[in-house]
Design a protein around this ligand. Structure first.
Ligand code: FES
Length: 103
């Protein structure tokens, strides 16, 4: 699937992501050497994997845990999601995410 990443600097990169490895978007971004801390390791507890979804397919609604974290995040917007809670799958093919600037 195609994943387009927009860095805080505005630079856009289109990547091809595997859907058969059970990875989350957070794990994929980390593996692609984007500055995602993911301190909690994908438990929806730290919000350092925060991204803004700029475009692409409709995503599933956030879980209560994710919604709670996003609400408590001062830099979150209506497009914010925790990338650890998004699985790489055909459902998100064509997604465009902006990596949040370091807080
Ligand atoms: Fe901690 Fe996503 S990695 S909330």
């Amino acid at each position: 699937i195609k994943v387009t990443v927009v860095e805080p600097s505005g630079e856009r990169t289109e990547l091809t992501a595997p859907t058969d490895m059970g990875l989350s978007l957070m794990e994929f971004l980390k593996a692609s050497e984007y500055p995602i801390q993911a301190t909690c390791g994908g438990m929806a507890l730290c919000a350092t994997c925060h991204v803004e979804v700029l475009d692409g397919p409709e995503l599933r609604e956030p879980s209560d845990d994710e919604a709670y974290m996003l609400e408590s995040l001062p830099t979150s917007t209506s497009r914010s999601r925790l990338s650890c809670q998004i699985k790489l799958s055909e459902e998100i093919d064509g997604i465009v995410v902006r990596i949040a600037a370091e807080d």
